[in-house]
Each structure stands twice: as structure tokens, then as C-alpha cells.
Design a binder for this molecule. Structure first.
Ligand SMILES: Cc1ncc(COP(=O)(O)O)c(C=O)c1O
Length: 398
């Protein structure tokens, strides 16, 4: 992305930002919608007077925008602090509410750490956990999830789109088969999906997906960092993580972050309205980048499921070359990319996603993730096509 002057963001004109799966800038429409709620309409939504009513209206309108994209009731949308909180609330909240029914939880090997670590915490607290494997493209076989369901299984959590390789899971089929199996066993099962990387890329129709819980976070779709949402289907058993003033229908106490919630509402509405155009545009640029790099470096491995992945992410491994020096070389050329998940990008540990897909540890530390955004251009693609082979060839010759 070369930052256009009308974007109003302070990023160097030179920077080619190709790390949109890590985070995105706040877009001007979102910023404009948020601004009045900082100093003008600053009331606490829980108060009685007119000023508070304005804040309440802001939150209510945002909830309507989210509910429209998720095809759900407004009462089924809870605002949270981020995607990590939404995932933690879903996992720990359901396990706590259903602990008398069962203590078995199923997830996949390629989840974000904000799912895997809460699940590990449950395991330390006495739950049993099944981690379903993935194939070489990072896909979960829906049948293997259903085969893992037991009478005491209370939660299945499988992400919609992977943040490192972009692989999309068949969440609708996973939910259908797992629920069917649980019903046969007379169990009580809740289905959660982490849809953080899917907003503006895939349909988030919760009815079509057949899920009970769905997580998202503002900063992946041009709204601010530090605000998220969780869809909670009516009747889903879930205890709150935070208790206190009873906001968000007792499910998430704490005074609402009104400006950020307003921003998230506008961000998701725009991202979903622009989805087809975004997918077409980023898919074309992604294909161009992959073809251009393969032409110069034919032994490049493209990680992920080519038939089932979001349009804006490509994850590449270069045999014999580590990811980190490639990223440093790119940074030197003012290209921002990353090595998979943002939180592990500073570590030299092989990615748990790539190792679960069967990559050797050598290849799994050597991957580079390029993630495109709504303002990415052909110039950005050409720059990375020119830069990566040069860097990789130099590293190989050293
Ligand atoms: C798939 C996925 N889930 C959850 C998160 C966590 O979101 P947040 O950074 O808002 O806590 C991320 C962020 O990188 C993500 O990519």
C-alpha cells in the first residue's frame, strides 16, 4: 500500500505495507465516525441524561451494523476488548458454564494462540482436550472433528481463516457433523469459530455457518486496535470472564469503549460491503506476486490450500533460507511483511501452523507471509516481486 494523501494516516509515502493480516490502518470513514464520541458525545452509556443517550445510540447503531453482517439479532452481539478476549470468553466461558455436563474440548492444531493457550489452560484445570490435525494445506477434515466428539464434549473451536497461511476451514460442515454426532450421543455441544481473519474476505452469516459463537476484532478491518466482538447465539451457555456493572447483558462488564465500538461498526459494514471487490483485487495481486516470485525462484514453496484460502494472504518458504533475514532485507527496502503470526514474528521458533502442516522445522522457520489490503497496488506487487528474489539469491550465495 502506498499511502494516498486522502487516507489521512501518517505513514511514510515510501513504505510498502504488506502486513495487513497483522493489522490495518484506521480508514478515514471509521475515523470520522469515531471522532465525535471522544470529546463531544462522551457520555457513559449507562447514565440517564441526554448525553448518555447519544453514546447509547452510538453503541446501538454499531451493534446493528455488526448484526447485519453476521445475520443475527442485535442482542446476540457482545463488544469486547479484542479478538483475544472474544476467544478467551468463548472458550473459558462455555467450559465453565457446562462443566457439569462434560469436560472435553476439541480444537485444531492451527488455531491462533488466543485459542490454543486458553484451551491449554483448561487442560491444566482438568479438562480433556483433543487437537485435531490438519492436512498439508492446513485443512481440518470435518469428519475427524465429528469422530472426536464424545458425550462429554462441550466445545468445538475451529477457526474460519488461518492468520499465517490463509487456509479457510469448512466451518459449516464441521458444525453440522459435530452437532449431529453430539445429538446422537445425547450431549450438549457449543460450536465456536475464530473469524478474526475472515471479515471482509468471507461471508460471516452465522446461520449459514451454523455456529453458536464467532469472534472478531476491529484492527483487521480498518477499525482500531483494542476493540472486538463476540457473537453469542441466543441460549448459548457461557459464563462471563469479567463481572461487575453488568454491561453487555451481564456478559461483559466494564464501561463500553464507545468511540471504538462505533469504529468497529462502521469498519465491518464497509469491509463486508466491499468484500467482492476486495477479494477480486487482492486475489489478482496475490496471484501476480506468487507467479512473479516462482518465475525467479522456482523452488519456492507456497504454503496453504490453494483451493481454500483467503485472497489476501500468501505464505512462502524458500529452501535453505531463513525467514528473518528475508524480512530484514525487505525492511531495508521499505517493504513491511512478516513471518506468520504477529505475536510470534519476533521469535525464531518454527511456526506451529507450518509444522502441523508437515513442513520440516527448517522450512517452517523460513517462511514469509505477505498480506494485502484494500489499497494494495500493482506497484506494491511488482516491488515485492523484484525484492524477494534478489534478497533470497544474495542470502543463498553467502
Ligand atoms: C486468527 C486470529 N485470532 C485472534 C487474533 C487476536 O486478535 P487481537 O489481536 O485483537 O487480540 C488474531 C490477531 O492476530 C488472529 O489473527
Amino acid at each position: 500500500m502506498q499511502v494516498a494523501s486522502n487516507e489521512g494516516v501518517t505513514m511514510s509515502d515510501e513504505l510498502i505495507y504488506l502486513d495487513h493480516a497483522a493489522t490495518t490502518p484506521v480508514r478515514p470513514e471509521v475515523m470520522a465516525a469515531m471522532l465525535p464520541f471522544f470529546a463531544e458525545k462522551f457520555g457513559n452509556p449507562s447514565s440517564l441524561y441526554m448525553l448518555a443517550q447519544e453514546a447509547r445510540d452510538g453503541v446501538a447503531e454499531a451493534r446493528e451494523r455488526v448484526a447485519a453482517v453476521l445475520n443475527c439479532r442485535t442482542s446476540e452481539v457482545i463488544f469486547t476488548g479484542n479478538g483475544t478476549e472474544s476467544n478467551n470468553m468463548a472458550i473459558k466461558g462455555v467450559a465453565a458454564a457446562l462443566r457439569k455436563r462434560g469436560r472435553h474440548v476439541i480444537t485444531s492444531a492451527v488455531e491462533h494462540h488466543s485459542v490454543l493457550h486458553p484451551v491449554e489452560q483448561l487442560e491444566r484445570d482438568g479438562c480433556e482436550v483433543t487437537i485435531v490435525p490438519v492436512d498439508s494445506g492446513g485443512r481440518v477434515d470435518p469428519q475427524s472433528v465429528s469422530d472426536a466428539v464424545r458425550k462429554d464434549t462441550v466445545l468445538v473451536s475451529v477457526m474460519l481463516a488461518n492468520n499465517e497461511v490463509g487456509t479457510v476451514q469448512d466451518v459449516a460442515e464441521i458444525a453440522r457433523l459435530a452437532r449431529q454426532r453430539s445429538e446422537e450421543l445425547n450431549g450438549e455441544l457449543v460450536i465456536h469459530t475464530d473469524a478474526v481473519q475472515a471479515v471482509g474476505k468471507l461471508s460471516l452469516d452465522t446461520k449459514a455457518l451454523g455456529v453458536d459463537l464467532l469472534s472478531l476484532t476491529g484492527h483487521k478491518f480498518y477499525a482500531p486496535k483494542g476493540v472486538g466482538a463476540l457473537f453469542v447465539k441466543r441460549g448459548t451457555p457461557m459464563e462471563p470472564l469479567l463481572s461487575g456493572g453488568g454491561q453487555e447483558r451481564q456478559r461483559r462488564s466494564g464501561t463500553e469503549n464507545v468511540p471504538y465500538i462505533v469504529g468497529l461498526g462502521v469498519g465491518i459494514e464497509l469491509a463486508d460491503a466491499e468484500r467482492n471487490e476486495f477479494v477480486e483485487r487482492t486475489g489478482r495481486l496475490r496471484d501476480m506476486i506468487e507467479a512473479g516470485i516462482m518465475e525467479r525462484l522456482p523452488d519456492t514453496k507456497i504454503n496453504g490450500d490453494s483451493g481454500h484460502r483467503v485472497s489476501n494472504i500468501t505464505n512462502l518458504s524458500f529452501p535453505g533460507v531463513q525467514g528473518e533475514p528475508v524480512l530484514l532485507g525487505l525492511d531495508f527496502k521499505s517493504v513491511a511483511a512478516s513471518s506468520g503470526s504477529a505475536c510470534s514474528s519476533a521469535s525464531l521458533e518454527p511456526s506451529h501452523v507450518l509444522t502441523a502442516m508437515g513442513l520440516s522445522p527448517e522450512l517452517a522457520v523460513g517462511s514469509v507471509r505477505i498480506s494485502l489490503g484494500r489499497l494494495s497496488t500493482e506497484h506494491d506487487a511488482s516491488s515485492v516481486i523484484a525484492a524477494i528474489p534478489e534478497i533470497v539469491e544474495r542470502l543463498r550465495s553467502m
